[in-house]
Design a protein around this ligand. Sequence first.
Ligand code: FAD
Ligand code: DHB
Length: 389
Amino acid sequence: MRTQVAIIGSGPSGLLLGALLTDAGIDNVILERVDRAYILKRIRAGVLETGTAELLDQAGAGARMHAEGLVHDGISLAFDGRLHRIDLKVLSGKHVIVYGQTELTRDLMDHREERGGKTIYDAQNVTPHDFGTVGAFVTYEKDGITHRIDCDFIAGCDGFHGASRKAVEDMGLSHFEKVYPFGWLGVLADVAPVHHELIYANHARGFALCSQRSATRSRYYVQVPLEDTVEQWSDDTFWDELRRRLPRETAEALKTAPSIEKSIAPLRSYVAEPLRFGKLFLVGDAGHIVPPTGAKGLNLAASDVHYLFEGLWDHYLEKSMAGIDAYSARALSRIWKAERFSWSMTSLLHRFPAHGEFDRKVQEAELDYLSHSLAAQTSVAENYVGLAY
Ligand code: FAD
Ligand code: DHB
């Protein structure tokens, strides 16, 4: 088989890139290790920047997001027993859209099927080859048979544990990493959200986040030690712990229901450099990870796709390599700013086991400064809604 762009991975980045390429008449094939149902069971991010929403529109897959997504003009930080609102709309002129990654992924998969885009699910041992030359190709196994796809370019959209970054590990790849000494326990439940906007709480017992998926579905998180397992956390234990970390009025308003999903995610900051190796590009989580505190993971995957799509468009429609040559530097410039923001929100809002009195006092001072300074709030707002592409 031959295609113009072989895309490894059918997560948000692979699907979004595939949708934009298909609409531009650029042939592409997606190779995915698992099946559609497995991907749609994963509960992950929930907040879209306007830039991400615009890309979804550009791909022609934004209708349900506009119909069902919730426009949020602000967020609240909770500390000192009360909520401190940051008005995103007033301070940045933009809003965010609360719309689950699962729904966005479903929309892009449906959009791809409608347009006849080719996705090969259950593709095992996907391996990029010869991407330093003009003869790039990808091999994979399916039903015991090895297949080969020849291509012009390979987009590595296969997440943090995928094959694409492994393929360039020995080619001068640099890693920058920070691992945090805690994780997030997340619970999804069919119950009305406790508050109309998101609440990020800093509490002596640890961080908590009240998020949502709709008027009847809530997503909550609490900071937990890395060693904790989901089995240790019954629903009742979770709800009790969440209540303890919220201001009294909010805790009293919290409605609970049986969890429909419960999982623990470790927190990590990671960047690989560069993001281009000849004809192979690292895109989204394949090239970088942020701790989830700033809601940036999915949105960064989308901005990478924007830069790569522009490069591929220039190549195929304008016969110019300028955009492809600039991909890694343009994407990394935005990635590092989101890394900084995600790290700073994580540092501000969590309890770190190694922190002493000095670190705690500095954290308190920063929260106090933020709650009184419009300049500090504007900086948070500008980053939260997403920096310009
Ligand atoms: P992925 O979504 O990881 O997609 C990669 C795809 O490639 C997957 O479908 C995978 O099956 C496939 N794949 C992997 N290896 C191979 C292979 N060898 N061959 C073929 N296919 C392969 N972000 C937030 O902003 N907020 C959150 O609350 C949040 N929670 C998260 C929880 C978890 C457990 C994880 C892992 C991430 C979370 N994120 C969160 C981050 C966000 O979900 C990611 O940034 C986003 O999914 C990145 O999209 P992607 O398409 O680059 O990668
Ligand atoms: C969600 C996750 C986040 O990491 C975040 O910062 C906000 C919302 C969510 O899953 O809804």
